[in-house]
Design a protein around this ligand. Structure first.
Ligand code: RAM
Length: 318
């Protein structure tokens, strides 16, 4: 009986759940999500995240979003598997769930949007550090949390690349440490690396929080020129370290675009123009068409590389 069916909600509530609050990367993601919502109309963005990047914090938030009856949840996951029971519960209640940036395993979401192909990101990081240290010497990785889906996937590629590509036979990975996407912990971990590995020539920090903290540690310890730094960073936070020479080259994609694309995909799930199956195509506004691949995977674009010549221009954007 049509008259008994609940009216479709006038406004779609789309939640963006990030690894943690206070991270400039996710602030930019939020801005992109709000831009998409504005273009879509009748869409409200609920932006949330725990104060530190833990799965437990995200589980609590998702439970409350289920109670609020949101239409969709976009998550950058602090753990690929720990969130599955709660996101399954959400999906059981008709809420569309997608992960972006840092994925939930395939049973726990409908779509997973990665910023760029995992292989490409990992290989590019190794290429960057190799270029900076002249192809030989000790390097270390300063990552985010030890459970982060995205960083762990990139690190796996980096390790495989270092082990198999003869171009890197003279590079030795001596440590992988975790700053948990907290500035102070990342800073202390960077200093710990200098102390434990006096011959260290390079650091890869594939996290915006970690790379900025490592830039500060290299600067404070007067190691500019001695320890090279690369990774994934926000140009606005790294400009200082590009200018002072602590970090001559690093990469990232546009986090505003990532938030924008995520909300466009979430909206397509809500409006049922896609279900997340392979071959589905999302019309993602100014980002063009995003194709859904195997297991609900989707890719946004290619990372940019930043250096002295272009840092100024990008630092104004994100
Ligand atoms: C941090 C987070 C995020 C990652 C970026 C590069 O902000 O760990 O998940 O994508 O760095």
């Amino acid at each position: 009986l049509a008259s008994c069916a609940p009216a479709a909600p006038k406004v779609s509530k789309i939640a963006i759940v990030v690894k943690s609050l206070g991270n400039g990367f996710f602030d930019a993601v939020r801005d992109g999500g709000m831009e998409a919502a504005k273009q879509l109309g009748s869409t409200e963005i609920i932006y949330q995240g725990p104060s530190t990047p833990t799965a437990e914090g995200q589980i609590e938030i998702i439970a409350s979003l289920i109670a609020q009856k949101v239409q969709a949840i976009c998550v950058s996951a602090n753990d690929a598997d720990a969130l599955i029971p709660i996101t399954k519960k959400a999906m059981g209640k008709g809420i569309k769930v997608m992960s972006f940036d840092s994925g939930i395993s395939k049973d726990g979401r409908m779509v997973d949007l990665v910023p760029s192909v995992t292989e490409l990101i990992g290989k590019q990081q190794v290429e960057l550090v190799s270029g900076l240290i002249g192809g030989e010497g000790e390097i270390a990785i300063l990552s985010a949390t030890s459970q982060a889906t995205n960083q762990n996937a990139w690190i796996e590629v980096m390790k495989a690349e270092l082990a198999s590509n003869p171009a890197y036979s003279k590079i030795k990975l001596v440590a992988t440490v975790y700053g948990d996407d907290l500035s102070d912990k990342s800073y202390r971990e960077a200093i710990g690396l200098f102390e434990a590995h006096p011959k260290l020539k390079g650091i890869i920090a594939p996290t915006t929080v970690g790379i900025a903290a490592a830039g500060k540690a290299i600067t404070d310890k007067k190691l500019i020129g001695k320890v090279q730094l690369t990774g994934l960073g926000l140009p606005s936070e790294m400009k200082f370290y590009v200018d002072n020479g602590a970090c001559r080259k690093f990469a990232l994609w546009n986090p505003i675009d990532l938030g924008y694309t995520s909300v466009m995909i979430a909206n397509a799930l809500v409006k049922k123009t896609i279900t997340g199956k392979q071959g589905d195509v999302v019309k993602a506004g100014r980002m063009g068409e995003i194709k859904i691949g195997a297991d609900g995977g989707a890719v946004m674009g290619v990372p940019f590389v930043f250096e002295k010549s272009n840092i100024e221009q990008f630092a104004k954007m994100f």
